[in-house]
Design a protein around this ligand. Structure first.
Ligand code: NAD
Ligand code: ZN
Length: 254
């Protein structure tokens, strides 16, 4: 493990343009469960319920979603040491951007300034017809006030969190920018992703095809370990800060 972290530190210190690619595993140490771990969200909920078609056609499903969101809204989560380690790389001038599958906004809370959210954000709600957007808190206040399935005040359309449901297209402009930046980086640093969700996982593949090195920090084996130059099995909140600190030492030593 120590050796693997050292290898990761050397890889980071040698890089000039890093694209970090993160998944639910970077936020578990902040208290947010991931999807596919044994205690993950899919051990309790059925992914087949969370389709765009169900959302569009089943008012009962929408009411349940809004209710669940109101119940969870009281919980506040904070970024952890892994989110902060990526901010440190940005301050060093060697991190191009964070591409994330997460919807929790914790990279931005930590201080990362260029964050591409492939699966949208649970902090934003949008009208599916006129595309009018509002902070999620505004819609949740309306649910608390008694609207169990709030609709758009401009046009009457359905309101939905900007998070991408199953069967819904990913935001095209965000995905293209992610591919483009991945194609230009010299290191793609994957943190906390099982790398089995496509097309998101095509981002590290695009980096690899463009000649970048690929480093993976994840608790379990991932779908792309075979392509990686460095794989560190461990907790993101421990591995990443140690590796970044060691990389700083290497850079300072010239
Ligand atoms: P995933 O659940 O498929 O994989 C997460 C991976 O992280 C697992 O392989 C797990 O072993 C690993 N992991 C868990 N805790 C870790 C830790 N402390 N350190 C290192 N690794 C750890 O998640 P994914 O790859 O992001 O893909 C699936 C989807 O999950 C995405 O669509 C995303 O939108 C969604 N999601 C997001 C959140 C969030 O925003 N925080 C939470 C749950 C799911
Ligand atoms: Zn509208």
């Amino acid at each position: 493990m120590v050796e693997a972290v050292h290898g990761l530190a050397e890889t980071i210190a040698a890089a000039r343009r890093i694209v970090a690619f993160t998944g639910a595993g970077i936020s578990t140490e902040s208290g947010i469960p991931d999807f596919r771990s044994p205690s993950g969200i899919w051990s309790r909920l059925d992914p087949n319920d969370f389709t765009i078609s169900n959302y569009l056609h089943n008012p009962e499903h929408r009411r349940r979603i809004w209710q669940m969101r109101v119940e969870h809204a009281g919980r506040r989560f904070s970024p952890n040491a892994a989110h902060r380690a990526l901010v440190e790389l940005e301050r060093l001038g060697i991190l191009d951007c964070v591409v994330t599958q997460n919807i929790d906004g914790l990279h931005q809370d930590a201080g990362s300034t260029v964050v591409l959210e492939l699966h949208g954000s649970n902090r934003l709600v949008r009208c599916l017809d006129c595309r009018d957007e509002m902070p999620a808190g505004e819609a949740l206040d309306r649910v608390r006030a008694g609207e169990d399935d709030p609709h758009c005040r401009e046009c009457g359309g359905l309101l939905k969190s900007t998070t991408v449901s199953f069967g819904e297209a990913m935001p095209f402009d965000v995905l293209s920018e992610a591919y483009e930046r991945a194609g230009r980086c010299d290191l793609c640093l994957v943190v906390g992703s099982s790398l089995v969700v496509y097309p998101a996982a095509d981002v590290p593949i695009a980096a690899h095809r463009g000649g970048a090195r690929l480093a993976i920090v994840n608790a379990e084996p991932t779908g792309l370990d075979g392509l990686a130059d460095v794989v560190v099995a461990g907790r993101a909140g421990e591995v990443l800060p140690s590796a970044v600190r060691a990389a700083l030492d290497l850079l300072a030593a010239g």
